[in-house]
Structures are given as C-alpha cells and as structure tokens.
Design a protein around this ligand. Structure first.
Ligand SMILES: [Zn+2]
Length: 218
C-alpha cells in the first residue's frame, strides 16, 4: 500500500514548527484518493495546525502503478538546480527500491523522473484522456466482435496510441489488427489515437507486433 513519512515543517505564515505526514510511496493503482490529489495539485499542500495556513511542501516520493508501467520518482522542483546529481542518486537507488517495493528483480519498463509533482499530474491527466479514448474504441471493438490485446503503456504514451489493440478473428497479427483498426476508424473518425495506431501498424515490417503489454507477474 501507500507509505507515509513524518517530516518537520515550518509554517511560513506563523513560523510554527510542526510534524507533517507526507506520502513517500503512492500506489496509484490502489489509492484513487491520492491519485486525485496529485491530479488536482493538492498533494503538495499541508495545513498548519496552528494558523490553518496552507503550506506548500515538497519531498521526494515514488509513484507506483506497475500495470500502467509507471515507476516514477518525483523530486522537489528545487532539486532541478542540481539535476544531474539527483538523477544519479535516484538511478542508483532504483534497483534497491524496486526490489523492496515490488519484490522483483527486473521490470519490463524503465522508471521515470520528475522534478515537481506537476509533471506527474500532467502525465496522469493525459493517461486519463488516453483511457477515455481507449474505452470508446473498445466499446466499438466489442460491438464488432473484435478481441483486444493490451499495448505497452509506455509505448502508447510515447506514440500517442490507445492502451489497447483490437484485432479480428482468433489470433493477433499485423493483418488481423489492421483489419480491425480500419473497421473501427470507419465507424468513428474522431478516434485520433486509433488513427495513430493504424499508421504504426502500417509501418511494421514484420507480421509480429512488438509492443504488446508484457506480463508482470507481480
Ligand atoms: Zn501557521
């Protein structure tokens, strides 16, 4: 689950020093409330127990959603001044942290690093947009009796694709995927990410599709 740490914080308004709980690990896949706070920008805000002033406070935290291929280190924005030093430190920590948090030695995706929670918030907002378009596409796919396979989320983000790939018939190949995606676009031209998918499929040089989601076995 998500994990908290306790930090000493000084209120800039009344100068009271207080102990503040701060999430150091956020499980985006299990904790919808924290995910919402990140998206709305409330995550970094604390309330002073003495004067009730809102205090912006940043601490390094990790955001995890392995199914979405998200292992994200979020550092305070101020760390940007020594960007290379901190990136090096986080990269060095990654193997150990990965094992202790997920109990795995390797993952089929790379970690992401942000300075400031706004970068992560923007990613999550965009993911939501992709999810909505994916749902519409899957709805049409189901009506047409197509199956779908998951696309690697990091690949989908990088190429602005839906999170799943529809295909016709019993097995997934370049041809069955192309047939299904063309059919779906013909029904709904507004699915821009499905159009991106069509372009990617057309550019594949082999029948095999290399961007299907891997099984995490977590
Ligand atoms: Zn105060």
């Amino acid at each position: 689950m998500s994990t908290k740490g306790v930090f000493k914080v000084k209120c800039p308004a009344c100068h009271e020093q207080f102990d503040a709980d701060f999430w150091t690990v956020v499980r985006g896949d299990r904790d919808q409330e924290l995910k919402e706070m990140l998206i709305s920008g409330e995550f970094d805000l604390l309330m002073c127990p003495r004067c009730s002033a809102l205090v912006a406070y940043e601490e390094t935290f990790i955001y995890l959603d392995p199914e979405k291929e998200l292992f994200v280190f979020v550092m305070p924005e101020a760390y940007l001044k020594e960007k290379e030093k901190w990136l090096e430190k986080m990269r060095a920590d990654y193997d150990m942290v990965k094992e202790s948090l997920l109990n795995v030695r390797s993952l089929c995706f790379e970690p992401v690093y942000f300075f400031g929670a706004a970068g992560l918030a923007a990613l999550l907002v965009r993911d939501r947009d992709i999810e909505e378009e994916t749902e519409v596409m899957e709805f049409i796919a189901a009506e047409k009796k197509f199956r779908t396979a998951g696309i690697r989320p990091s690949f989908a983000r990088a190429h602005d694709l839906p999170f799943s790939l529809p295909y016709s018939g019993g097995s997934l190949s370049k041809d069955t995927a192309l047939a299904a995606v063309k059919d779906i676009i013909a029904s709904n031209e507004a699915l821009l990410r499905a159009q991106n998918l069509l372009k990617i499929l057309r550019s594949l040089e082999t029948a095999e599709i290399g961007f299907i989601k891997c099984n995490l076995n977590l």
